[in-house]
Design a protein around this ligand. Sequence first.
Ligand SMILES: CC(C)(COP(=O)(O)OP(=O)(O)OC[C@H]1O[C@@H](n2cnc3c(N)ncnc32)[C@H](O)[C@@H]1OP(=O)(O)O)[C@@H](O)C(=O)NCCC(=O)NCCS
Length: 141
Amino acid sequence: LGILYQQETALSVAEFAALLADAEPDLHRPVNDEPRLMAMLANADLIVTARDAEHRLVGIARCLTDFVWTCYCAELAVHSSCRGQGIGTAMILYCRQILGPQVSFNLTSVPAAAAFYDRIGPRIGMHRIVDAFCITRERGV
Ligand SMILES: CC(C)(COP(=O)(O)OP(=O)(O)OC[C@H]1O[C@@H](n2cnc3c(N)ncnc32)[C@H](O)[C@@H]1OP(=O)(O)O)[C@@H](O)C(=O)NCCC(=O)NCCS
């Protein structure tokens, strides 16, 4: 498919915003709040991207991690024109490769994506957990 997966440390806020805007119907991120988007990029520990042959950003996995114990994937998104080609699955596997087997990989699914994780879970060793708890943010997008 000619998709390049890599860890990036200087992703532009414009590219990030454009990808999030494309995923907006499902993902609900603050696409019009540039300072917040900049902080989301600056304070992430691990950003894995997928780029096509023309170097366009077609996928992102943005994660918070200590690299030794746990990792929280805050966003997984694939551009709507490129879905169903294995890119979302490949980005999770790429993160796992960087993190290694000692590090757990956690995420909270949006309702629209739960069926995706249920589908790929058995293939990549990901399972639903019941003992997870959350304080929901009071200010969303
Ligand atoms: C969810 C998302 C990341 C999946 O990325 P993707 O690259 O299309 O996923 P893959 O191609 O790796 O899909 C792997 C399998 O899951 C299936 N699948 C993908 N999205 C699915 C969905 N929403 N519901 C059910 N199955 C889904 C694919 O058909 C594929 O099945 P197959 O391998 O048996 O043919 C992508 O649809 C997306 O960015 N959605 C909008 C943002 C979002 O909801 N992100 C998740 C936030 S928690």
